[in-house]
Design a protein around this ligand. Structure first.
Ligand SMILES: Nc1nc2c(ncn2[C@@H]2O[C@H](COP(=O)(O)OP(=O)(O)O)[C@@H](O)[C@H]2O)c(=O)[nH]1
Ligand SMILES: [Mg+2]
Length: 197
Protein backbone atom coordinates (compact mmCIF):
# COMPACT_ATOMS: atom_id res chain seq x y z
CA UNK A 1 0.00 0.00 0.00
CA UNK A 2 1.33 3.41 -0.96
CA UNK A 3 1.04 6.14 1.67
CA UNK A 4 1.78 9.81 1.14
CA UNK A 5 1.84 11.99 4.24
CA UNK A 6 2.85 15.47 5.28
CA UNK A 7 2.89 17.65 8.35
CA UNK A 8 0.26 20.37 8.02
CA UNK A 9 0.06 22.37 11.25
CA UNK A 10 0.48 22.49 15.03
CA UNK A 11 -2.38 24.05 16.96
CA UNK A 12 -2.66 25.24 20.57
CA UNK A 13 -6.41 25.72 20.26
CA UNK A 14 -9.47 25.65 18.03
CA UNK A 15 -8.39 28.71 16.07
CA UNK A 16 -5.50 26.68 14.67
CA UNK A 17 -7.40 23.53 13.63
CA UNK A 18 -7.75 22.83 9.90
CA UNK A 19 -10.99 24.01 8.34
CA UNK A 20 -11.10 22.05 5.08
CA UNK A 21 -13.45 19.43 6.48
CA UNK A 22 -11.37 16.29 5.80
CA UNK A 23 -12.13 13.38 8.14
CA UNK A 24 -9.82 13.11 11.13
CA UNK A 25 -8.37 10.30 13.20
CA UNK A 26 -7.24 11.40 16.66
CA UNK A 27 -4.59 9.52 18.65
CA UNK A 28 -5.32 9.58 22.36
CA UNK A 29 -3.26 8.05 25.14
CA UNK A 30 -0.89 8.58 28.02
CA UNK A 31 2.36 10.40 27.44
CA UNK A 32 4.95 7.91 26.21
CA UNK A 33 2.41 5.23 25.22
CA UNK A 34 3.75 5.41 21.66
CA UNK A 35 1.37 7.75 19.79
CA UNK A 36 3.99 9.51 17.69
CA UNK A 37 5.94 6.31 17.03
CA UNK A 38 2.80 4.54 15.84
CA UNK A 39 1.94 7.43 13.51
CA UNK A 40 5.40 7.18 11.97
CA UNK A 41 5.11 3.40 11.62
CA UNK A 42 1.71 3.69 9.92
CA UNK A 43 2.86 6.24 7.35
CA UNK A 44 6.36 4.70 7.12
CA UNK A 45 7.99 8.06 7.41
CA UNK A 46 9.58 10.11 10.19
CA UNK A 47 6.72 12.53 10.46
CA UNK A 48 5.90 12.88 14.15
CA UNK A 49 8.51 13.80 16.74
CA UNK A 50 9.04 10.97 19.18
CA UNK A 51 10.79 11.13 22.50
CA UNK A 52 12.07 8.85 25.23
CA UNK A 53 11.20 11.64 27.69
CA UNK A 54 7.42 11.76 28.23
CA UNK A 55 5.22 14.82 28.05
CA UNK A 56 6.79 16.61 25.10
CA UNK A 57 3.81 17.11 22.78
CA UNK A 58 2.08 20.28 23.97
CA UNK A 59 0.17 20.96 20.80
CA UNK A 60 -2.22 19.13 18.52
CA UNK A 61 -0.24 18.15 15.43
CA UNK A 62 -2.11 17.55 12.17
CA UNK A 63 -0.71 15.30 9.44
CA UNK A 64 -2.47 14.90 6.11
CA UNK A 65 -2.42 11.31 4.88
CA UNK A 66 -3.28 9.94 1.46
CA UNK A 67 -3.26 6.15 1.40
CA UNK A 68 -4.34 3.98 -1.50
CA UNK A 69 -8.08 3.16 -1.61
CA UNK A 70 -8.88 5.45 1.30
CA UNK A 71 -10.23 8.96 1.65
CA UNK A 72 -7.59 11.59 2.39
CA UNK A 73 -7.67 12.31 6.11
CA UNK A 74 -5.82 13.97 8.98
CA UNK A 75 -3.96 12.06 11.64
CA UNK A 76 -4.13 14.15 14.80
CA UNK A 77 -1.43 13.68 17.43
CA UNK A 78 -2.86 15.08 20.68
CA UNK A 79 -0.88 15.78 23.88
CA UNK A 80 -0.62 12.78 26.17
CA UNK A 81 -2.42 12.65 29.50
CA UNK A 82 -1.44 11.36 32.91
CA UNK A 83 2.27 11.98 33.00
CA UNK A 84 2.81 11.94 36.79
CA UNK A 85 6.06 13.87 36.95
CA UNK A 86 4.66 16.65 34.79
CA UNK A 87 2.06 16.78 37.52
CA UNK A 88 -1.25 18.50 37.09
CA UNK A 89 0.14 20.74 34.43
CA UNK A 90 0.44 18.15 31.66
CA UNK A 91 -2.91 16.62 32.57
CA UNK A 92 -4.53 20.02 32.31
CA UNK A 93 -2.89 20.57 28.97
CA UNK A 94 -4.33 17.34 27.63
CA UNK A 95 -7.71 18.00 29.17
CA UNK A 96 -7.95 21.57 27.92
CA UNK A 97 -6.75 20.95 24.39
CA UNK A 98 -8.55 17.61 23.99
CA UNK A 99 -11.79 19.11 25.28
CA UNK A 100 -11.43 21.98 22.86
CA UNK A 101 -10.53 19.62 20.03
CA UNK A 102 -13.37 17.14 20.55
CA UNK A 103 -15.74 19.98 21.42
CA UNK A 104 -15.11 21.58 18.05
CA UNK A 105 -15.32 18.25 16.19
CA UNK A 106 -18.26 16.63 17.92
CA UNK A 107 -21.54 17.55 16.35
CA UNK A 108 -19.73 19.73 13.84
CA UNK A 109 -19.05 19.19 10.16
CA UNK A 110 -15.77 17.33 10.64
CA UNK A 111 -16.03 13.57 10.93
CA UNK A 112 -13.67 12.32 13.62
CA UNK A 113 -12.71 8.86 14.87
CA UNK A 114 -10.44 8.03 17.78
CA UNK A 115 -7.70 5.49 18.38
CA UNK A 116 -7.29 5.06 22.14
CA UNK A 117 -3.76 3.80 22.75
CA UNK A 118 -2.95 1.78 25.86
CA UNK A 119 0.37 0.22 26.85
CA UNK A 120 -0.01 -3.55 26.46
CA UNK A 121 2.12 -4.07 29.58
CA UNK A 122 -0.33 -2.19 31.82
CA UNK A 123 -3.97 -3.09 31.12
CA UNK A 124 -6.67 -1.20 32.97
CA UNK A 125 -4.87 1.93 34.14
CA UNK A 126 -7.15 4.49 35.73
CA UNK A 127 -6.10 7.32 33.44
CA UNK A 128 -6.84 5.20 30.35
CA UNK A 129 -10.26 4.20 31.63
CA UNK A 130 -11.15 7.80 32.48
CA UNK A 131 -10.20 8.93 28.98
CA UNK A 132 -12.17 6.04 27.45
CA UNK A 133 -15.34 6.92 29.37
CA UNK A 134 -14.91 10.57 28.57
CA UNK A 135 -14.74 9.72 24.85
CA UNK A 136 -17.84 7.58 25.24
CA UNK A 137 -19.80 10.51 26.63
CA UNK A 138 -18.77 12.51 23.56
CA UNK A 139 -20.19 9.79 21.35
CA UNK A 140 -16.89 9.43 19.46
CA UNK A 141 -16.19 6.35 17.31
CA UNK A 142 -13.44 4.69 19.36
CA UNK A 143 -11.09 1.75 19.05
CA UNK A 144 -8.50 0.46 21.51
CA UNK A 145 -4.93 -0.20 20.35
CA UNK A 146 -2.46 -2.07 22.60
CA UNK A 147 1.04 -0.69 21.96
CA UNK A 148 4.57 -2.09 22.46
CA UNK A 149 3.52 -5.74 22.09
CA UNK A 150 7.17 -6.63 21.42
CA UNK A 151 7.86 -5.98 25.10
CA UNK A 152 5.55 -8.76 26.29
CA UNK A 153 6.45 -12.39 26.85
CA UNK A 154 4.50 -14.99 24.89
CA UNK A 155 2.54 -15.91 28.02
CA UNK A 156 1.64 -12.31 28.86
CA UNK A 157 0.48 -11.52 25.31
CA UNK A 158 -2.66 -13.63 25.52
CA UNK A 159 -3.32 -12.81 29.15
CA UNK A 160 -3.04 -9.03 28.70
CA UNK A 161 -5.05 -8.98 25.49
CA UNK A 162 -7.88 -10.95 27.04
CA UNK A 163 -7.79 -8.63 30.03
CA UNK A 164 -7.94 -5.54 27.80
CA UNK A 165 -10.84 -6.91 25.74
CA UNK A 166 -12.71 -7.62 28.95
CA UNK A 167 -12.06 -4.17 30.40
CA UNK A 168 -12.95 -2.30 27.21
CA UNK A 169 -15.77 -4.71 26.25
CA UNK A 170 -14.66 -5.18 22.67
CA UNK A 171 -11.88 -5.93 20.23
CA UNK A 172 -8.40 -4.57 20.88
CA UNK A 173 -5.77 -4.35 18.14
CA UNK A 174 -2.29 -5.43 19.32
CA UNK A 175 0.55 -3.56 17.60
CA UNK A 176 4.28 -3.05 17.74
CA UNK A 177 5.97 -0.19 15.96
CA UNK A 178 9.20 -2.07 16.57
CA UNK A 179 8.30 -5.28 14.69
CA UNK A 180 5.44 -3.99 12.53
CA UNK A 181 3.00 -6.42 14.13
CA UNK A 182 -0.65 -5.47 13.70
CA UNK A 183 -0.15 -2.49 11.40
CA UNK A 184 -2.04 -3.96 8.41
CA UNK A 185 -4.89 -4.89 10.71
CA UNK A 186 -4.87 -1.39 12.19
CA UNK A 187 -5.10 0.19 8.73
CA UNK A 188 -8.37 -1.70 8.20
CA UNK A 189 -9.75 -0.29 11.43
CA UNK A 190 -8.58 3.19 10.48
CA UNK A 191 -10.43 2.99 7.18
CA UNK A 192 -13.60 2.14 9.05
CA UNK A 193 -13.11 4.94 11.59
CA UNK A 194 -12.60 7.67 8.98
CA UNK A 195 -15.46 6.60 6.76
CA UNK A 196 -18.84 8.12 7.47
CA UNK A 197 -21.43 5.39 8.03
N1 LIG B 1 9.77 -1.42 22.17
C1 LIG B 1 8.93 -0.50 21.69
N2 LIG B 1 9.09 0.79 22.03
C2 LIG B 1 8.20 1.70 21.54
C3 LIG B 1 7.12 1.32 20.69
N3 LIG B 1 6.42 2.43 20.39
C4 LIG B 1 7.03 3.45 21.04
N4 LIG B 1 8.11 3.04 21.72
C5 LIG B 1 9.03 3.87 22.53
O1 LIG B 1 8.29 4.54 23.54
C6 LIG B 1 8.79 5.86 23.76
C7 LIG B 1 7.68 6.89 23.61
O2 LIG B 1 7.19 6.89 22.28
P1 LIG B 1 6.41 8.15 21.68
O3 LIG B 1 5.90 7.73 20.34
O4 LIG B 1 7.25 9.38 21.71
O5 LIG B 1 5.19 8.30 22.72
P2 LIG B 1 4.05 9.43 22.79
O6 LIG B 1 4.41 10.32 23.93
O7 LIG B 1 2.79 8.68 23.08
O8 LIG B 1 4.01 10.13 21.46
C8 LIG B 1 9.92 6.05 22.74
O9 LIG B 1 11.14 5.79 23.39
C9 LIG B 1 9.62 4.99 21.69
O10 LIG B 1 10.79 4.53 21.02
C10 LIG B 1 6.99 -0.09 20.33
O11 LIG B 1 6.09 -0.54 19.62
N5 LIG B 1 7.93 -0.94 20.88
MG1 LIG C 1 4.23 12.14 21.00
Amino acid sequence: MRVISEFVTSAAGAAGFPTDGLPELAFVGRSNVGKSTLINALVRQNLARTSAAPGKTRLANFYRVAAEHRPVFYLVDLPGYGYARGGEKSRDEFDALAAEYFGSRHGGDVFCGVLALVDSRHPGLDADLRAWRWLERLGAERHVVATKMDKLTQADRQRHLRELERIYSGPVTPVSAETGEGLDELWKTITRLITRP
